[in-house]
Write a protein that binds this ligand. Structure first.
Ligand code: THU
Length: 138
């Protein structure tokens, strides 16, 4: 799958965002090496710390569906004010740690929309290793 299409999946995933407290809607699309896509959105809670980010929602959906460590190629993220334009939304530190549990950080690609354009997106792209050093592991 082309990464521009994965970014479009992330944008579509925003539609289910539950974000009554922040008004900031995030969508994520997790691509497996065999071409499946798992969508996730942020799910907020009145007890703010119980909120789940879009990236973890997508990863947990994939794991619940039977996907394993090493199955994943990339994640795309699209975020911004609920009814507004997309703005850059790099993954938070908790999501970087959680992703690191299931991927090889040197290979796994992390993309986020910088802005929407007439014919798609401008985006930023990194390996997880570039974004997150020294993951905690047991
Ligand atoms: N959020 C995500 O879903 N992913 C991120 O990478 C950063 C933040 C959500 C959490 C919360 O619902 C809202 O964005 C504002 O922090």
């Amino acid at each position: 799958m082309e990464y521009r299409d994965l970014l479009a999946e992330a944008k579509a995933a925003r539609e289910n965002s539950y974000c009554p407290y922040s008004g900031f809607a995030v969508g994520a699309a997790l691509l497996t090496k065999d071409g499946s896509v798992y969508r996730g959105c942020n799910v907020e809670n009145a007890s703010y710390g119980a909120t789940n980010c879009a990236e973890r929602t997508a990863l947990f959906a994939a794991v619940a569906d039977g996907r394993k460590s090493g199955d994943f190629e990339a994640i795309a993220i699209a975020g911004g004010p609920k009814n507004g334009a997309l703005i850059p939304c790099p993954p938070c530190g908790i999501c970087r740690q959680v992703l690191s549990e299931f991927v090889d950080p040197a290979d796994f690609r992390v993309l986020w929309v910088k802005e929407e354009t007439d014919d798609g997106f401008n985006w930023e792209e990194h390996s997880l290793a570039e974004l997150f050093a020294s993951a905690f592991a047991l």
